[in-house]
Design a protein around this ligand. Sequence first.
Ligand SMILES: NC(=O)c1ccc[n+]([C@@H]2O[C@H](COP(=O)([O-])OP(=O)(O)OC[C@H]3O[C@@H](n4cnc5c(N)ncnc54)[C@H](OP(=O)(O)O)[C@@H]3O)[C@@H](O)[C@H]2O)c1
Length: 251
Amino acid sequence: MDLGLTDRVYVVSGGSRGLGFAVARALTAEGARVVVSGRDAEALAGAVTALGGQRTTGVAADNADAAAPERLVDAALQRWGRLDGALINGGGPSTGSMLHLTDADWRQSFESVFLGAVRLARVVSEHLAADGALAFVLSTSARTPIPGLDTSNGLRPGLAMVTKSLANQLGGRGIRVNALLPGRITTERTRYIDAHTPTGTSSGSATAAIPLGRAGEPEEFGRVAAFVLSPAASYVNGAVIPVDGGATPSY
Ligand SMILES: NC(=O)c1ccc[n+]([C@@H]2O[C@H](COP(=O)([O-])OP(=O)(O)OC[C@H]3O[C@@H](n4cnc5c(N)ncnc54)[C@H](OP(=O)(O)O)[C@@H]3O)[C@@H](O)[C@H]2O)c1
């Protein structure tokens, strides 16, 4: 199947490692070009090199910075003169449970994870033509709370509804908006969560509870996201899609 990605241009925020990097790799492997972002310029430069350089531009940017989306869009337009979509991704919110999280924890997570995502979607959408696509990287916490990750449990369901609302509003222009819900996919983030949440909530027993019996690999997520962003997924819109090995206990 030809995904129709050749020479299309995507912003991949949080693309220097983990899931974002895997999506950038899947997109470029299919002939697309990507602007990847992350806060650490050195890590970003390494990612650009690993992605082959020719089809990749790195922009050091923090999702919490209101100026970040324009910088990412400008980079795409200046280098390639077009923009076809974005993977809206970044670092996860603070760990902690509801009764211990402070206002500062919530504000920091909101600025980066929620507002950062909404703002990037809004700015990118202004530059998309018909058949453009946005995909939010959320979490299975959009449907089922994850113990020890209450900022995620609070913010992700709202972003899932942002996805639906934006899909309704942009569909008339031919622009598709979807969300992906990773379950447990091995990255630096999952290693961090294992070290900072109660034993057994995100490792060991949690892996055993996944119907496929294992954590996912970033490449398995990357392929799904590349498809959803591609013209091959032309009738997938307003969907909230788990990539979790069957872990979410509902359809
Ligand atoms: N992996 C999973 O199983 C899983 C499950 C559920 C949800 N998720 C969610 O999926 C997203 C990606 O997860 P991951 O596992 O790939 O995490 P990761 O391995 O920690 O990678 C996060 C990426 O985002 C960048 N980033 C972090 N904070 C950023 C910010 N404020 N602005 C711009 N870029 C930022 C990081 O680079 P810098 O640090 O240099 O900025 C890095 O490139 C997260 O939101 C996470 O909560 C992941």
